[in-house]
Design a protein around this ligand. Structure first.
Ligand SMILES: C[S@@+](CC[C@H](N)C(=O)[O-])C[C@H]1O[C@@H](n2cnc3c(N)ncnc32)[C@H](O)[C@@H]1O
Length: 182
Protein backbone atom coordinates (compact mmCIF):
# COMPACT_ATOMS: atom_id res chain seq x y z
CA UNK A 1 0.00 0.00 0.00
CA UNK A 2 2.82 2.41 0.91
CA UNK A 3 4.52 1.63 -2.39
CA UNK A 4 1.29 2.44 -4.24
CA UNK A 5 1.05 5.78 -2.39
CA UNK A 6 4.67 6.59 -3.23
CA UNK A 7 3.82 6.00 -6.90
CA UNK A 8 0.60 8.01 -6.70
CA UNK A 9 2.25 11.08 -5.15
CA UNK A 10 5.05 10.72 -7.73
CA UNK A 11 8.08 10.94 -5.47
CA UNK A 12 11.07 9.73 -7.45
CA UNK A 13 14.49 8.27 -6.75
CA UNK A 14 16.56 10.90 -4.93
CA UNK A 15 13.49 12.79 -3.65
CA UNK A 16 12.71 12.95 0.07
CA UNK A 17 9.55 11.66 1.67
CA UNK A 18 8.53 12.47 5.25
CA UNK A 19 6.59 10.24 7.62
CA UNK A 20 5.97 12.33 10.78
CA UNK A 21 4.53 9.28 12.61
CA UNK A 22 6.93 6.60 11.41
CA UNK A 23 5.79 3.85 13.82
CA UNK A 24 7.46 0.56 12.93
CA UNK A 25 9.09 2.03 9.82
CA UNK A 26 6.98 0.78 6.90
CA UNK A 27 7.31 4.03 4.92
CA UNK A 28 11.07 4.09 5.52
CA UNK A 29 11.58 0.51 4.27
CA UNK A 30 9.51 1.01 1.11
CA UNK A 31 11.16 4.35 0.32
CA UNK A 32 14.62 2.90 0.95
CA UNK A 33 13.96 0.04 -1.49
CA UNK A 34 12.88 2.50 -4.20
CA UNK A 35 15.93 4.76 -3.75
CA UNK A 36 13.78 7.49 -2.21
CA UNK A 37 15.20 9.26 0.84
CA UNK A 38 13.05 9.19 3.96
CA UNK A 39 12.86 11.22 7.14
CA UNK A 40 10.88 9.42 9.81
CA UNK A 41 9.89 10.90 13.15
CA UNK A 42 8.27 9.30 16.14
CA UNK A 43 7.74 10.28 19.75
CA UNK A 44 8.22 6.67 20.88
CA UNK A 45 11.81 5.48 21.48
CA UNK A 46 10.68 1.91 20.77
CA UNK A 47 9.34 2.89 17.33
CA UNK A 48 12.53 4.82 16.59
CA UNK A 49 14.61 1.78 17.54
CA UNK A 50 12.48 -0.57 15.44
CA UNK A 51 12.56 1.69 12.37
CA UNK A 52 16.32 2.17 12.67
CA UNK A 53 16.95 -1.56 13.00
CA UNK A 54 14.78 -2.32 9.95
CA UNK A 55 16.60 0.16 7.73
CA UNK A 56 20.16 0.41 9.10
CA UNK A 57 21.12 -3.21 9.87
CA UNK A 58 21.91 -3.87 6.21
CA UNK A 59 24.91 -1.48 6.57
CA UNK A 60 26.51 -3.64 9.27
CA UNK A 61 25.47 -7.24 8.49
CA UNK A 62 28.99 -8.79 8.72
CA UNK A 63 29.55 -7.13 12.14
CA UNK A 64 26.14 -8.34 13.35
CA UNK A 65 27.07 -11.93 12.40
CA UNK A 66 30.49 -11.64 14.13
CA UNK A 67 28.83 -10.40 17.32
CA UNK A 68 26.48 -13.38 17.41
CA UNK A 69 29.47 -15.73 17.70
CA UNK A 70 31.09 -13.52 20.36
CA UNK A 71 27.85 -13.36 22.30
CA UNK A 72 27.41 -17.15 22.23
CA UNK A 73 30.94 -17.69 23.52
CA UNK A 74 30.60 -15.10 26.29
CA UNK A 75 27.23 -16.37 27.39
CA UNK A 76 28.09 -20.05 27.60
CA UNK A 77 29.80 -19.59 30.95
CA UNK A 78 27.13 -17.26 32.39
CA UNK A 79 23.96 -18.55 30.80
CA UNK A 80 22.16 -19.95 33.81
CA UNK A 81 23.70 -17.67 36.43
CA UNK A 82 22.68 -14.16 35.51
CA UNK A 83 19.67 -14.49 33.19
CA UNK A 84 19.58 -11.34 31.06
CA UNK A 85 22.50 -9.53 32.74
CA UNK A 86 25.21 -11.22 30.69
CA UNK A 87 23.29 -10.30 27.53
CA UNK A 88 22.82 -6.72 28.73
CA UNK A 89 26.51 -6.29 29.55
CA UNK A 90 27.56 -7.70 26.19
CA UNK A 91 25.10 -5.57 24.24
CA UNK A 92 26.23 -2.43 26.11
CA UNK A 93 29.82 -3.16 25.15
CA UNK A 94 29.05 -3.06 21.40
CA UNK A 95 30.47 0.26 20.19
CA UNK A 96 28.77 0.46 16.79
CA UNK A 97 25.32 1.99 17.34
CA UNK A 98 23.68 0.14 14.44
CA UNK A 99 24.94 -3.25 15.66
CA UNK A 100 24.01 -2.40 19.27
CA UNK A 101 20.49 -1.38 18.20
CA UNK A 102 20.05 -4.69 16.36
CA UNK A 103 20.89 -6.65 19.52
CA UNK A 104 18.75 -4.38 21.73
CA UNK A 105 15.78 -5.14 19.45
CA UNK A 106 16.38 -8.89 19.58
CA UNK A 107 16.52 -8.65 23.37
CA UNK A 108 13.26 -6.67 23.57
CA UNK A 109 11.48 -9.25 21.38
CA UNK A 110 12.73 -12.04 23.66
CA UNK A 111 11.54 -10.15 26.77
CA UNK A 112 8.17 -9.74 25.10
CA UNK A 113 8.03 -13.46 24.13
CA UNK A 114 8.74 -14.38 27.74
CA UNK A 115 6.16 -11.97 29.21
CA UNK A 116 3.40 -12.69 26.72
CA UNK A 117 3.91 -16.34 25.86
CA UNK A 118 6.00 -17.66 28.76
CA UNK A 119 8.85 -18.62 26.40
CA UNK A 120 12.39 -19.26 27.64
CA UNK A 121 14.30 -15.96 27.38
CA UNK A 122 17.62 -17.30 26.04
CA UNK A 123 16.07 -19.73 23.54
CA UNK A 124 13.80 -17.00 22.28
CA UNK A 125 16.66 -14.48 22.09
CA UNK A 126 18.82 -16.72 19.88
CA UNK A 127 15.86 -17.86 17.77
CA UNK A 128 14.84 -14.25 17.12
CA UNK A 129 18.44 -13.39 16.35
CA UNK A 130 18.54 -16.11 13.68
CA UNK A 131 15.28 -14.90 12.13
CA UNK A 132 16.39 -11.27 12.17
CA UNK A 133 19.81 -12.09 10.67
CA UNK A 134 18.21 -14.18 7.95
CA UNK A 135 15.82 -11.34 7.13
CA UNK A 136 18.66 -8.80 6.82
CA UNK A 137 20.68 -11.32 4.76
CA UNK A 138 17.75 -11.71 2.34
CA UNK A 139 17.49 -7.93 2.07
CA UNK A 140 21.21 -7.66 1.37
CA UNK A 141 21.08 -10.43 -1.25
CA UNK A 142 18.16 -8.80 -3.06
CA UNK A 143 19.98 -5.46 -3.01
CA UNK A 144 23.04 -7.05 -4.63
CA UNK A 145 21.11 -9.15 -7.18
CA UNK A 146 18.92 -6.28 -8.34
CA UNK A 147 21.76 -3.76 -8.02
CA UNK A 148 19.52 -1.49 -5.95
CA UNK A 149 20.66 1.93 -4.89
CA UNK A 150 18.95 2.32 -1.53
CA UNK A 151 17.50 5.63 -0.40
CA UNK A 152 19.00 7.38 2.63
CA UNK A 153 16.96 6.97 5.79
CA UNK A 154 16.99 9.40 8.71
CA UNK A 155 14.94 8.28 11.70
CA UNK A 156 14.60 10.76 14.55
CA UNK A 157 13.03 10.81 17.98
CA UNK A 158 10.77 13.84 18.20
CA UNK A 159 7.37 15.43 18.41
CA UNK A 160 5.85 16.07 15.02
CA UNK A 161 3.91 19.06 16.31
CA UNK A 162 7.17 20.97 15.97
CA UNK A 163 9.14 19.59 13.07
CA UNK A 164 12.77 20.67 12.83
CA UNK A 165 12.72 20.79 9.02
CA UNK A 166 13.68 23.46 6.50
CA UNK A 167 11.03 24.86 4.16
CA UNK A 168 10.86 23.09 0.78
CA UNK A 169 13.04 20.21 2.02
CA UNK A 170 10.35 17.53 1.58
CA UNK A 171 8.88 16.25 -1.72
CA UNK A 172 6.01 14.24 -0.26
CA UNK A 173 4.40 13.08 2.97
CA UNK A 174 3.01 9.64 3.69
CA UNK A 175 1.69 8.78 7.11
CA UNK A 176 -0.81 6.96 9.22
CA UNK A 177 -1.45 9.36 12.11
CA UNK A 178 -2.22 8.31 15.68
CA UNK A 179 -5.86 8.04 16.64
CA UNK A 180 -7.05 10.33 19.40
CA UNK A 181 -7.43 8.79 22.83
CA UNK A 182 -8.76 10.35 26.03
C1 LIG B 1 -0.63 4.66 13.65
S1 LIG B 1 1.02 4.68 14.22
C2 LIG B 1 1.96 4.71 12.75
C3 LIG B 1 2.06 3.37 12.12
C4 LIG B 1 3.07 3.30 10.98
N1 LIG B 1 2.48 3.77 9.75
C5 LIG B 1 3.64 1.90 10.81
O1 LIG B 1 3.82 1.43 9.69
O2 LIG B 1 3.96 1.26 11.82
C6 LIG B 1 1.16 6.30 14.85
C7 LIG B 1 2.52 6.62 15.46
O3 LIG B 1 2.51 7.99 15.83
C8 LIG B 1 3.37 8.15 16.95
N2 LIG B 1 3.07 9.47 17.55
C9 LIG B 1 2.01 9.83 18.30
N3 LIG B 1 2.06 11.14 18.61
C10 LIG B 1 3.19 11.64 18.05
C11 LIG B 1 3.79 12.93 18.00
N4 LIG B 1 3.25 13.99 18.58
N5 LIG B 1 4.96 13.08 17.29
C12 LIG B 1 5.53 12.01 16.70
N6 LIG B 1 5.00 10.76 16.71
C13 LIG B 1 3.86 10.57 17.37
C14 LIG B 1 3.11 6.93 17.79
O4 LIG B 1 4.20 6.64 18.65
C15 LIG B 1 2.89 5.86 16.70
O5 LIG B 1 4.09 5.15 16.46
Amino acid sequence: MIRAFLNIIEVKQGDTVLDPFIGSGTTAVEAQLLGINCIGIDVSPLCVLQSKVKTESIDVLPEIIKWKEKLLKRLNSFLFKFEGKAIDDTIDSITDEKVRNFYKMAKLVAISDKARRGKDFHKSFFKNLELMISSVSDYSEIKEKLNLELGKVNIRLGDSRSLPLDDESIDGIITSPPTQSH
